[in-house]
Design a protein around this ligand. Sequence first.
Ligand SMILES: Nc1ncnc2c1ncn2[C@@H]1O[C@H](COP(=O)(O)OP(=O)(O)OP(=O)(O)O)[C@@H](O)[C@H]1O
Length: 502
Amino acid sequence: MASLGNASPTHNQSFLFDKMPLLDLFFPGLAPATSPAWSLLTGGPNIYSRALCIGGLLLLFGKYASEYIEKLVETYLLSKIEVPYTDEAYDMLIFWVCSQPFARLARTSLATIDLKSTAESGSHAEKKPLHYSPCNGRSYFWHKRRLFVFDRQRSLGEFGTAREQAYVSYFGRDPTVLRELLDECRRHYLDTVKNKTSVFEHQGDRWKASKSMAKREMSTVIIDKKLKEMLLDDVAEFLDPKTRTWYSRRGLPYQRGYLLYGPPGTGKSSLCLSIAGHFDLDVYVLTMSSLNDHSLKSLFAELPQHCIVLIEDVDATAVHRKPDGSTDASTSVGQNSPVGKRVSLSTLLNVLDGLASSEGRLLIMTTNHIERLDPALIRPGRVDMKLELFLANEDMINQLFYFVYNNPPKSNIREDESERNVYQAGEEKAGEDCKLLPLAQEFVAKVPKLEFSPAEILSFLLENKHSPHHAIANVAVWMEKLQEERTKLTRTTSWALDDDDH
Ligand SMILES: Nc1ncnc2c1ncn2[C@@H]1O[C@H](COP(=O)(O)OP(=O)(O)OP(=O)(O)O)[C@@H](O)[C@H]1O
């Protein structure tokens, strides 16, 4: 000790520098960075500057060492899973995380309006509740006696769109532990969306879950009974595992296409959602105007097995062939989008042919104007079944009346409502049917057939939902008003067309 205490600065300096290669051995690159500080430390003018140097050095060393240790731990002691933002697994993980107590304690969170909240807001002040989820930071949590780390980073990507990524890790080397955790997230998520239809929309060339809505019962879509049965039988047969084998044995792409056409408000979109609900399928909505060839191909390639791909109002986006009959890249879908950002008809036809598509996908296209569609788009193979939906006929008007005034079947009522709202099946229902029968007949007699859409009739009945007698009393006035509105609209449209011609 005495000899070290008495040693001259030059001696001390050389002693410390002797240790530097050793330091470099453990923390490569540290020695050159710290050597100027060492020289200041050993040859500094006074005690304060030396203390300052020691403090700085310790900080630098501490930071370097902690990063190094963290890396070591991550490499040798942690198991980690990355969950990409664009995958549904991301929604599963975040959904589960938000339900955990640790999420409420996270010091950095993302605040969003909880649009999915089903809480019945009594007052204005309770509207738009906020939802918090851990973000841009690490959260440590215990689960089943194990310590896990949840890390979610969010940044702004190209064009100001948010980019996110999330990781879950745990202190251990067994990867099955993390897989089990993610499986728990999956089950938790599936339980929550059990009686719901998930709707996916595209962001760039990736699918993203946009909403999950209560399943729409098939009985709530009032169309011709035979048509409904035919459609249901066809879809059921297609989704049967035996059909899949049948297709694969013959090397045919296992997919099916439907075209629903008819006037506005006849229930085309509603029918699509109820098919999804009936067969427990998710719906992937394609908006052609925001796609190009590349994104369309990627989206089709990323479709899961057994799902519905919905293209609504396909006439508004599809164009006809060029005069020479070609369907080359210059003939495009989505005329309002800038050139170069459109989908070419040839690409659309190719993806519909299924070379890059998933197994078991149902394509449903809807249109109000079947005559405007390119024949190639709706030829058999691409569209296997064309279903026309009509304006309300006698039977449909009758069904719509019962739909509004009859108590809904139990399955349509939410659990909590069922207690107060339920009717005793059997006698009471039969009684109600008897009471409604003459009213329904009277209503049906007053409404002309094949003149109003189900949407129009339903909207009128809903205005009078508390009294079928009011509906019957007001129906004549309502029809007159609607006719007037239609005449006005037709006049305005024809003037606008005349102006365009001039
Ligand atoms: N056949 C029907 N049965 C029950 N409800 C219907 C029916 N047709 C329309 N509706 C109701 O009318 C509204 C509009 O229906 P929907 O969007 O399904 O019609 P659409 O034919 O797709 O219309 P558009 O061609 O204008 O897109 C919805 O609220 C739906 O519940």
